[in-house]
Write a protein that binds this ligand. Structure first.
Ligand SMILES: [Cu+2]
Length: 115
């Protein structure tokens, strides 16, 4: 009796774990495919890599700082202060092509195209 109960509890735990996994996969949060990461500064120097990214409307873009760099959007304006490490993210809710630059490194520019 006791052993049968244990077995049943184990089975329930497995069902719960499987359900939790499918929430992640089915619930519109495909973490790996929706995460767009741009390196701000690379071993090659003061550049954004990739320099141009294309994302779906509503996507979040994350800049990973290998600093010191910042991210200053043109037009409507959006700014990540100068950092040497860590990340900063922005969600792009409007379609278009958005240019940005690093204000302390002339020529360090990038763009986000939102479709
Ligand atoms: Cu920079």
């Amino acid at each position: 009796m006791k052993g049968r109960l244990k077995k049943r509890n184990r089975a329930l735990a497995l069902v719960a774990a499987t359900a939790a996994l499918s929430v992640v996969a089915v619930g519109g949060v495909p973490i790996a495919s929706s995460a767009t990461i741009v390196q701000a500064g690379t071993e090659a120097g003061d550049v954004y890599s990739p320099r141009a990214v294309t994302v779906a409307k509503g996507s979040r873009v994350t800049w990973q700082f290998n600093g010191p760099h910042n991210v200053v959007g043109k037009g409507k304006g959006w700014t990540a202060k100068i950092r040497t490490s860590g990340t900063w993210s922005r969600t792009f809710r409007v379609k278009g092509k958005f240019y940005y630059r690093c204000t302390i490194h002339p020529g360090m520019k990038g763009s986000v195209t939102v479709r």
